[in-house]
Design a protein around this ligand. Structure first.
Ligand SMILES: [Cu+2]
Length: 164
């Protein structure tokens, strides 16, 4: 079963390939595009303290981190992806009438110079349909997409269920 799921991860990778095969006419444009990316250099948003809480026996888990907008303009976290999860969404846990409820959130805005913490009992990234069990110590690749077009890739270590 795991082999089949891993195959789907590979399938996703293969999906990227057609971009690399292109005619000679387009190649100079690609070089320009890459130069632009290099020029844009470091992303405006820095991500620190990323981790994922292990949930034994479940195919869902929550990821946490702190976002810090070092740029002069507001940026929002638009989407998160992971090759280990079939579905990834931003959630917010709220207390409603004394009960803890999770609801899917929209893009998360980060004002210039502001920090936004994803933490237990608040904002979190919900990883669903996990392709592999998340053992403590495993590093979960996360790709964060921001409204300014920048993406940040990181590997969030899995911590025990009682981690805070
Ligand atoms: Cu959630």
């Amino acid at each position: 079963m795991i082999v089949g799921r891993c195959a789907s991860v590979w399938h996703n990778r293969r999906f990227v390939r057609p971009h690399l095969r292109m005619s000679a006419a387009i190649r100079p444009l690609l070089v320009l595009a890459l130069l632009n990316v290099a020029h844009a250099a470091s992303p405006a948003v820095r991500v620190s303290g990323a981790w994922v809480r292990a949930v034994p026996g479940a195919d869902v888990a929550a990821a946490y981190f702190v976002l810090y907008n070092t740029g002069p303009a507001a940026v929002s976290l638009r989407a998160v992806r992971s090759p280990l999860a079939g579905s990834v969404s931003v959630h917010e846990t709220r207390q409603v009438n004394g009960q803890s409820q999770m609801r899917p959130g929209a893009a998360v805005p980060i004002a210039p110079g502001a920090r936004v913490a994803f933490a237990p009992e608040g904002l979190h990234v919900m990883l669903s349909q996990l392709h592999v069990p998340l053992a403590v110590g495993l590093r979960v690749p996360l790709i964060l997409e921001f409204s300014d077009g920048q993406t940040v890739e990181l590997a969030a270590p899995v911590r025990p269920p009682d981690a805070r």
